[in-house]
Design a protein around this ligand. Structure first.
Ligand code: 7RM
Length: 667
């Protein structure tokens, strides 16, 4: 494939991916099987939207904001970009996300419609109507007020996938307290860092959560995070009873959810929030330093989650939609909670994850709850593929009409399997590209309008201006690899990094420096655009690795390793993995008085789990006497990536300080 101009950021895995997808020529036309009353009915309407968004973005977004959201007070301006990269959307307006997610549907006579169907890991089911959800949210909001929470105070959530997680998020939004959801799989150390960075005042958790065949002790982890006054900002802990585990209680600090909330009034007026008031902070990994607190604000985020959900999934009145993410990730925020509820849809929430002991769990749920729209990650699809079609074939999946994927590039083989075996050949597959930072989907097919190609996220959504550029910020030719950038602000964009606007500017807006001085947003991904203008995402080009759709910074894992007394230096890279996309490989040098051993290897793996969480457990640790470095002392990760993948080290090694290091590593 010599017509592809590969960039030096590309691993051989990434260039191999380009070669495979270039040979991928199958095209699937938009299906007639899609929604009866579609929002975007076909190519003509879609192209009109694209054109009007391009011709006058302010008018396009302004009209959408007025049509799709309720305003207590209308906004004065659509976009204020006078101080880039700090955007203000819908300035002067006031709204409340929970008014858009709850009140207006009840006022429209949909109070008895099911908002959330939930199934627990042990099989218990709850159905919550919009009116019931409204009552629970108001009661919880009142309880938070009684705990002293005021507008602007941060509330942290560290919860299993139970309805109370969604209720808590909405309760925070009701009173204008930004939430910070920490994924329940993170360790107490990781939780503590996030609580302190955000200065959380309250932590909402549970006595435990069911995960695979185990119980995870969330409350114990909260106790350790708070021990020895290590999180001075935290005043109270609210505990949902889920597993009936024995937990310890600190009087005056800890409260049972049911004791505090059930007695509260179900009347709580929605706080009138300024458009740019914070809705939430969500931590995500980057190439440098500790995880960043991505800040999203009220109106723009609400609009983007609402519109993208409507355009892409187009859930019809009596349909059930299921996104398999955890609310601890952005996908859970935008596409389990805010997008579906803002649209008045029925969102299905599942506490469990697929596990070897129950490989048919997902299909059983689709059959039982007659799921119509299903949204999951490529890593899950690859695992299902591996266990064979014999399992899904035992279930009635005929309710499905649309399938989505998110989180990592999907290989054409898995895409086709998903379409043929799960969708039985008649459900469109939407591959949605986006990030924590973008708030909602940016590149995705619109089912009724856009033909799909297996492995491509296809085209940017209306109003989203995407490009592929080189390091100087110049557009590259068709089929050339480059950096994926977004050239115009959009309502759902992150506003800043919590407490660190410099980092926001540098990471996303100054990484590439176009000569014309314009601000363009760099996503951290490499991509290519084909002849039809379709985008093919190649994966991260920075030091972020993607394990089963979970984002991890190599530096975080390195810091965790180095914090162990035996470790002198560590370098972490991703290695291609058939199921998980990537797996973690660590190269470690030891302190002079320490010895390599299998025992130490296990100790170090567990140490990383303790510092970050099970998702960061290295698949492999390789001991070495030295790491390959440049003369200026930088670790040469490119070499380590090749070594980890078991490939020949190609390319320039002339800057390597000590060539013997490479020989040692090879052996
Ligand atoms: C939603 C989410 C973001 C990173 C992103 C990409 C990768 C996500 C796709 C994808 C190829 C996709 N948020 N990514 N979706 N790569 N095709 N459809 O995952 O902040 O956790 O991760 O995930 O590398 O930069 S995230």
């Amino acid at each position: 494939m010599n017509h592809i101009d590969t960039f030096d950021f590309m691993s051989s895995e990434q260039s191999a991916r380009i070669e495979t997808v270039l040979q991928e020529e199958r095209i699937f036309k938009p299906s007639q099987f899609v929604a009866k009353e579609a929002t975007i009915t076909g190519l003509d309407q879609y192209q009109q939207m694209i054109a009007s968004a391009k011709a006058d973005p302010d008018s396009f977004w302004g009209k959408a904001a007025l049509a799709e959201l309720h305003w207590f007070k209308p906004f004065d301006s659509v976009l204020d970009w006078s101080n880039p990269p700090f955007a203000k959307w819908f300035d002067g307006g006031t709204t409340n996300v929970t008014y858009n997610c709850l009140d207006r549907h009840i006022l429209n006579g949909k109070g008895e419609k099911t908002a959330i169907i939930w199934e627990g890991e042990p099989g218990d089911v709850r159905r919550i109507t919009y009116k019931q959800l409204f009552d629970e949210v108001c009661k919880t909001a009142n309880a938070l007020k009684d705990l002293g929470i005021k507008k602007g105070d941060l509330v942290a959530l560290y919860m299993p996938m139970v309805p109370e997680a969604a209720i808590s998020m909405l309760a925070c939004a009701r009173i204008g307290a930004p939430h910070s959801v920490v994924f329940g799989g993170f360790s107490s150390e990781a939780l503590r860092d996030r609580l302190n960075d955000g200065q959380a005042k309250v932590v909402i958790t549970a006595d435990g959560g069911f995960r695979k065949d185990k119980i995870i002790s969330l409350k114990d982890a909260v106790d350790s995070a708070l021990a020895n006054k290590s999180c001075p900002s935290v005043e109270s802990v609210l505990v949902v009873k889920r597993t009936n585990e024995n937990i310890s209680f600190v009087p005056g600090r800890d409260y049972w959810w049911h004791e505090l909330i059930n007695s509260k009034s179900n009347k709580c007026e929605a706080e009138h929030m300024e458009s740019e008031d914070r809705l939430f902070v969500l931590y995500t990994s980057g190439s440098t330093g500790k995880p960043k607190g991505v800040v999203h604000t009220t109106a723009g985020y609400n609009l983007w989650a609402h519109l993208t959900f409507k355009w892409i999934f187009d859930v019809q009145e009596n349909e059930v939609y299921w996104c398999t993410a955890d609310v601890g990730w952005i996908t859970g925020h935008s596409y389990i909670v805010y997008g579906p509820l803002s649209n008045g849809s029925t969102t299905f929430m599942y506490e469990g994850v697929p596990r070897p002991s129950n490989p048919g769990a997902f299909w059983e749920i689709i059959q039982k709850h007659k799921i119509n729209i299903f949204y999951t990650a490529p890593t899950a699809i690859r695992a299902f593929m591996k266990s064979g079609r014999g399992i899904p074939d035992q279930y009635d999946l005929s309710s499905l009409r649309l399938l989505g994927t998110v989180g990592e590039p999907i290989n054409p083989e898995a895409w086709i399997w998903y379409r043929e075996v799960i969708g039985q050949g008649n459900c469109p597959v939407v591959d949605t590209w986006w990030q924590t930072e973008t708030g909602g989907v940016m590149i995705s097919p619109i089912p009724n309008a856009v033909s799909t190609k297996p492995g491509s996220a296809t085209l940017p959504l209306p109003g989203i201006e995407v490009d592929i550029v080189n390091a100087a910020g110049e557009s590259v030719q068709t089929d050339q690899g480059g950096y994926l950038v977004i050239k115009r602000p959009w309502p759902g964009m992150m506003r800043t990094v919590h407490g660190n606007s410099k980092r926001f500017r540098e990471t996303y807006w100054e990484y590439l420096k176009p000569k014309n001085g314009k601000f363009i947003y760099f996503a951290g991904d490499g991509a290519r655009r084909d002849n039809d203008g379709y985008y093919w995402i190649m994966g991260r080009v920075d030091d972020v690795i993607n394990v089963s759709g979970h984002r991890l910074g190599t530096m975080e894992i390195e810091s965790a390793l180095v914090s162990h007394a035996s470790v002198a230096e560590a370098a972490v890279v991703g290695k291609p993995d058939e199921l998980r996309g990537e797996s973690i490989v660590a190269f470690v040098t030891l302190e002079a008085d320490k010895q390599f051993s299998d025992n130490l290897l296990e100790i170090l793996k567990s140490h990383v789990v303790k510092e970050i969480g099970a998702i960061a457990r290295p698949e492999e640790i390789r001991f070495t006497n030295a790491l390959p470095k440049t003369r200026s002392g930088k670790i040469m990760r490119r070499l380590l990536r090749s070594l980890a993948a078991g490939e020949d080290v190609k390319g320039d090694t002339s800057t390597l300080e000590d060539k013997n290091v490479l020989d040692e590593l090879r052996s």
